[in-house]
Design a protein around this ligand. Structure first.
Ligand SMILES: Cc1cc2nc3c(=O)[nH]c(=O)nc-3n(C[C@H](O)[C@H](O)[C@H](O)COP(=O)(O)OP(=O)(O)OC[C@H]3O[C@@H](n4cnc5c(N)ncnc54)[C@H](O)[C@@H]3O)c2cc1C
Length: 396
């Protein structure tokens, strides 16, 4: 039996693969990837934490995504438990680890997850094309560069899933932006998200502490508050408590040129509890013992306080609870775990199709949304792909 509609998917990352797999169940699907293999950034994610999703659900899950409410419908349609069931059905059982992060069961390597997706696509008859770069498109035609030749491909519906603009070695270069911009589709420049913070004072004064973690701290930027760990590095700070605040830092940098964060080095003790440890004989040389501070914490406080604050125990406690740090910039886009920017949300309908080309959909990281690490990025990619799939199937 011939399948009714011809669907083109462009981009072989998790968003493109999920859309291709689901749509191939009922339709003729052609997936075009410019690289020689699928899912290269997915494999990079696999080398790190490889959080496939996060177990939190409902309003808690919706609130992880910016702009506010953007994925509510998509997540109601396909949330983190649906992702786990979907993966299970593909032969990838998962488990919930610390802070709700979801991982493949022990022993299942990232390449096995990728192969499960690829093999299912092949079994369903997805037509896969490698080294096919989309260089232009119209309402029903893709213009694809393959080796030195350019060819056309006609489609009824198309899903673009071209990724963001970090880790360009994986194919996510973002150089497709002008292709959309030239057609009058609103785009935004790419910016880094989930990335390290460049802090000149750390670059200049904490050389001997590079690589040292600041464990069990809390960091605040505007009203965002994150607990975790930060690592002192050559350019400033990185780590799991830093990445989630990078979006607030970016907003301050955009407006003021610099940003400010505050570190609480003792989040499990109140200021009153810490002040109660001070006696009339408390001297700065005893701070480490009295407040249980290591050399890195002392060095950090010295770097970011003036002499008067450091020498006064009461003011010192204030700094311990809320150490002000000026951030000069974010790390370059290339190094970021994710990016914001790309297709402007205002160019899209709620089904993630383009207002200007309603039969063309946009999935995954290539449009302007943001989420923290911890499985929320891949969940966003899967949810957009599944939402598009449902929308397309209801039309076909
Ligand atoms: C170091 C690192 C660790 C990460 N860890 C996690 C994690 O643990 N959990 C999590 O949720 N997320 C993680 N992420 C983020 C996650 O990997 C991405 O959000 C996700 O891969 C984005 O998927 P995508 O399908 O939108 O785009 P991509 O994965 O970027 O795929 C886009 C594809 O489109 C192709 N393409 C681009 N332009 C064209 C064109 N013109 N024609 C044809 N093909 C084209 C590219 O070659 C690429 O294969 C991590 C990212 C990094 C860098």
């Amino acid at each position: 039996m011939t399948k009714p509609s011809k669907i083109a998917i462009v981009g072989g990352g998790p968003a493109g693969m999920a859309a291709a797999l689901e749509l191939s169940k009922t339709h003729e699907v052609h997936l075009f990837e410019k690289g020689k293999t699928l899912g290269r950034k997915f494999l990079v994610a696999g080398k790190g934490g490889f959080n496939l999703t996060n177990s939190i659900s409902g309003a808690d899950l919706f609130s992880k995504y910016q702009p506010e409410g953007i994925f509510k419908e998509a997540l109601l349609n396909f949330d983190s438990s649906a992702t786990r069931l979907w993966l299970e059905e593909l032969g990838i059982p998962t488990f919930i680890g610390s802070s709700g992060r979801v991982f493949p069961e022990k022993g299942i390597k990232p390449i096995a997850v990728l192969n499960a997706l690829k093999n299912r696509m092949l079994a369903l008859g997805t037509n896969l094309y490698f080294e096919h770069e989309c260089v232009d498109f119209s309402a029903n035609t893709l213009c694809l560069k393959h080796k030195d030749k350019t060819k056309e491909f006609h489609f009824d519906y198309c899903v673009f899933a071209l990724g963001g603009a970090s880790w360009s070695v994986t194919g996510s270069t973002g150089n497709w932006l002008s292709m959309f911009k030239n057609k009058g589709i609103a785009t935004l420049p790419f910016q880094a998200s989930n990335c390290g913070l460049e802090i000149e004072s750390i670059q200049n004064s904490l050389e001997s502490f590079r690589g040292t973690p600041l464990k069990n701290i809390a960091i605040r930027c505007s009203d965002k508050h994150v607990k975790g760990e930060a690592i002192i590095c050559s350019y400033g700070l990185e780590g799991n408590a830093i990445y989630p605040i990078s979006n607030e830092v970016r907003k301050q940098l955009d407006v003021y040129g610099t940003a400010h964060i505050r570190i609480d080095l003792k989040p499990f003790q109140t200021e009153t509890q810490l002040l109660s440890k001070i006696t009339p004989s408390t001297l700065p040389k005893n701070y480490a013992y009295i407040f249980n501070l290591n050399k890195t914490q002392i060095a950090l406080i010295k770097t970011f306080t003036d002499k008067k604050t450091y020498l006064n125990p009461t003011l010192f406690v204030g700094a311990l609870k809320s150490l002000p740090i000026k951030v000069d910039s974010l790390r370059p886009i290339e190094e970021a775990i994710s990016t914001v920017g790309g297709i402007d949300c205002k160019a899209l309908n709620t089904d993630f199709n383009l207002k200007k080309f309603p039969n063309i959909y946009i999935a995954g990281e290539m449009f302007d949304w943001d989420a923290p690490t911890g499985g929320f990025l891949l969940q966003g990619c899967f949810s957009t792909a599944m939402h598009i799939t449902s929308s397309l199937l209801s039309k076909l």
